[in-house]
Design a protein around this ligand. Structure first.
Ligand SMILES: [Fe+2]
Length: 390
């Protein structure tokens, strides 16, 4: 085999690389050729949007993988693409995921009221919750990711903390990071907004835009989170970075410190993406959440300004183009919910439940779209439009 050929994840693609083989039947992708040099970021987005996960690059004809990138730690760049088949389906994992999810919800509710009264956070209390969540993520992240989509509107901060933690762990797993790091990002995720316990309720729950004065007070929650967590004995730097840097922006326009690019740790950069994704997909009392696929497009658009564009691509790899819990219309006019993600992100496992043409319920049935050529996803549908609550 040619030494210059390397099989890599699409998340590692960058302009200047030469695609030797898209590893995809050309009828199924939007490019005329299977081999070509990547000239623009748009081409990379198209490859990801086509549901391709692995490609072969020729390092003699184009750029190689980065050996070192100063702003990021080495592990994600040298990760081995995980081609192991999943050991559990999302449905098989659902029971355990529900237990872990409600345990985490109760935990963070207690933790926040304790923090409000000035009590310290002990890691021994966090660890059992994180163990349950991380084990579920390692078996199959889509069960917890699907549960995170179900939100009530009145307890945003608690639910945001749990789903933020779940998304961070799924992101870290997808990047090939170690189990230890997966747990540490989970802890950082659960506790990242702990400083909001000191934010006045009228600002925290204000419908609509904050005034500049109110925004100054709101921003203080990051500094407060840091102060509270500094008292937690044994808290890792990874967890602290998530709490301290989740509102920093890649271009330096974030807060509290206005850090830029590589000044923000890998985990802070990941957290910034997850925070915005979760905030925009969540229903709040004053606005409906956007559909995940719509938010993923916004994340791509903000790559390079708000976010590290390469990490945005990694994030999309972790949740899929149609994240678990999304509502989709199939070409046979059946409405379905996405249950599990396949290697081909355009063809997830879905559960059909409604005939949209006749507006009548049909027996719920799981369909693995990767095993069927005839049934395809036509478009994403809004939960609000169909008034669907799972
Ligand atoms: Fe925050």
């Amino acid at each position: 085999m040619n030494d210059m050929l390397k099989k890599i994840s699409v998340s590692q693609l960058r302009e200047g690389m030469y695609i030797h083989d898209l590893k995809c039947d050309w009828l199924n992708h939007p490019f005329v050729l299977n081999s070509f040099k990547l000239k623009t970021d748009t081409e990379i987005r198209k490859i990801i949007a086509a549901g391709i996960t692995l490609v072969e690059i020729d390092t003699e004809k184009g750029l190689d993988l980065l050996v070192e990138e100063p702003q990021l730690e080495k592990s994600p760049l040298t990760k081995v693409v995980d081609n192991q088949p999943k050991k559990f389906t999302a449905l098989e994992e659902m029971g355990k995921a529900k237990v872990a999810f409600s345990m985490a919800g109760e935990f963070i509710t207690d933790m926040m009221s304790n923090a409000k009264m000035g009590q310290h956070i002990e890691l021994e209390q966090v660890n059992p919750v994180i163990n349950k969540l991380s084990q579920s993520i390692l078996r199959n992240p889509n069960a917890l990711l699907g549960l995170s989509r179900i939100r009530s509107m009145d307890v945003y901060t608690f639910e945001h903390s749990v789903s933020f933690s779940v998304l961070m762990m799924a992101f870290a797993k997808s990047m090939g990071l170690s189990e230890k790091i997966i747990c540490e990002v989970g802890i950082g995720g659960l506790l990242h907004d702990i400083g909001k316990t000191l934010t006045p309720d009228e600002i925290l729950n204000k419908p609509g835009k904050l005034t500049p004065e109110e925004f100054v007070i709101m921003k203080q929650h990051v500094v407060d989170s840091r102060k509270i967590l500094e008292k937690t004995v044994g808290l890792s730097k990874v967890s602290m970075d998530i709490a301290a840097q989740h509102h920093e922006k890649y271009d330096g326009n974030g807060y509290p410190l206005g850090l830029k690019g590589g000044q923000i740790s890998l985990y802070g950069q990941m957290a910034a993406i997850v925070d915005v994704y979760d905030a925009l997909t969540a229903d709040r009392c004053y606005h409906e959440g956007k559909e995940p696929s719509e938010v993923l497009k916004l994340l791509v658009k903000w790559g390079g300004t708000h976010f590290n564009p390469r990490l945005v691509r990694e994030f999309i790899q972790s949740v899929g183009i149609y994240p678990a819990g999304s509502l989709v219309m199939l070409n046979n006019h059946h409405l379905a919910k996405v249950i599990d993600i396949n290697d081909n992100m355009l063809k997830p496992v879905v559960e059909v439940f409604l005939n949209a043409k006749t507006r009548s319920y049909i027996p719920r049935k799981l369909i693995d779209l990767s095993k069927l050529d005839t049934i395809k996803i036509l478009k994403v549908e809004s939960h609000a439009k169909w008034n669907v609550v799972f």
